[in-house]
Design a protein around this ligand. Structure first.
Ligand code: 5GP
Ligand code: MN
Length: 321
């Protein structure tokens, strides 16, 4: 609560607020950022948005997503408060250290692995999404939840609970969802935009990816990957990999699903984990230098495919027993 008071005071005192989220942003990062943007704008606060990476295509239907710059559309000298949303560590933001110098950094996040890297740290590991925390902040400040904000917040619930399916789907989550629907968020058009507006290329990539399936450790581990050749053959890209790992986890008997795809630079791979029962893949990812939640986590690793595969497979073997 003290952190919430500190954050509200920092917002009220600020000359310029920058809202940002982690690299390769997801629905929670973008949704919490946009919702807070709409609410703070409505309250006449001087608020701006900037991320390292572009808004993924599936979230571009959200109002205000076109305002999330990659090039700065404002004078950075005007910023004295940076609010980081949904990032577990400063490195996840992907910005040079100089951006943070002389500015207050407020961290709003729900990752257990959060390193408390802000001057103000609003961390709630029981929150189903960072968006749910942004909602609390908006309400605590007495700001309105417009239709645009409600849609963005609904996206954070939908995506971070894996469509109201995972362990963080509490009665409170459904109550908040109901409130957001009353405020104008429309579940079906939102679900359509997020899950059912994929290109044929994306579908073809899914086929290629599923062909790589390996079942290890007596079927308790499912392993899939995509590579640059597959992107080229199908005309797809990294954004089209969204949800692939969930298909692998759906296989009966699988405790851990692993998905690998090329990283942002030539020498890295992004490794994603999904857990289904007791294995804590968040801890697994942390042990490899990444982060995440009990049932969804990831890490970016430097090296070639086979070296990383072996390293990850050893770590998986250790937790699978
Ligand atoms: P996703 O599979 O949706 O990309 O990621 C699931 C979760 O894993 C995210 O919410 C995030 O917490 C974590 N995660 C994914 N990739 C990375 C990464 O490269 N580094 C870290 N630290 N966490 C990641
Ligand atoms: Mn999140």
């Amino acid at each position: 609560m003290i952190d919430m008071q500190q954050l509200m005071a920092a917002i009220r005192d600020s000359r310029g607020i920058l809202l940002t989220t982690h690299c390769n942003p997801d629905g929670d990062g973008i949704g919490s950022q946009l919702a807070l943007y709409h609410a703070l704008r409505a309250g006449n606060f001087p608020v701006y948005m900037h991320n390292r990476d572009a808004v993924p295509r599936i979230y571009r239907f959200l109002e205000g997503s076109e305002l999330v710059g990659q090039g700065l559309a404002f004078d950075v000298a005007d910023i004295d408060l940076i609010i980081s949303l949904d990032a577990g560590s400063r490195g996840r933001l992907g910005f040079a250290d100089s951006l943070f110098a002389g500015r207050t950094l407020a961290v709003v996040d729900h990752h257990v692995s959060n390193t408390r890297f802000g001057d103000i740290n609003l961390i709630d590991v029981s929150a189903c999404s960072t968006g749910a925390m942004a909602y609390e902040l908006i309400r605590a400040m007495g700001l309105p939840v417009s239709k645009a904000a409600a849609c963005a917040l609904y996206v954070t619930l939908l995506t971070d609970t894996s469509s109201f399916r995972n362990v963080s789907t509490t009665p409170e989550v459904h109550e908040l969802a109901a409130e957001l629907v009353r405020a104008g968020a429309e579940p079906w058009p939102i679900a359509r935009a997020v899950y059912e507006d994929r290109s044929p290329a994306c579908f073809r990539l899914q086929v290629r990816c599923m062909q790589t399936l390996e079942l290890l450790h007596d079927g308790r581990v499912a392993w899939v990957h995509v590579d640059n050749d597959m992107y080229q053959e199908t005309g797809s890209d990294g954004e089209d990999t969204e949800g692939l790992i969930d298909l692998a986890r759906a296989i009966s008997g699988v405790l851990v699903a692993v998905f690998m795809r090329p990283g942002d630079d030539k020498h890295s791979w992004k490794v994603t984990f999904r857990g289904k029962f007791d294995v804590d893949v968040g801890e697994l990812a942390v042990s490899l230098g990444g982060g995440g939640h009990r049932h969804a986590a990831g890490v970016t690793m430097q090296g070639d495919y086979h070296t990383i595969y072996n390293k990850v497979e050893q770590a998986v073997a250790a937790v699978i027993g």
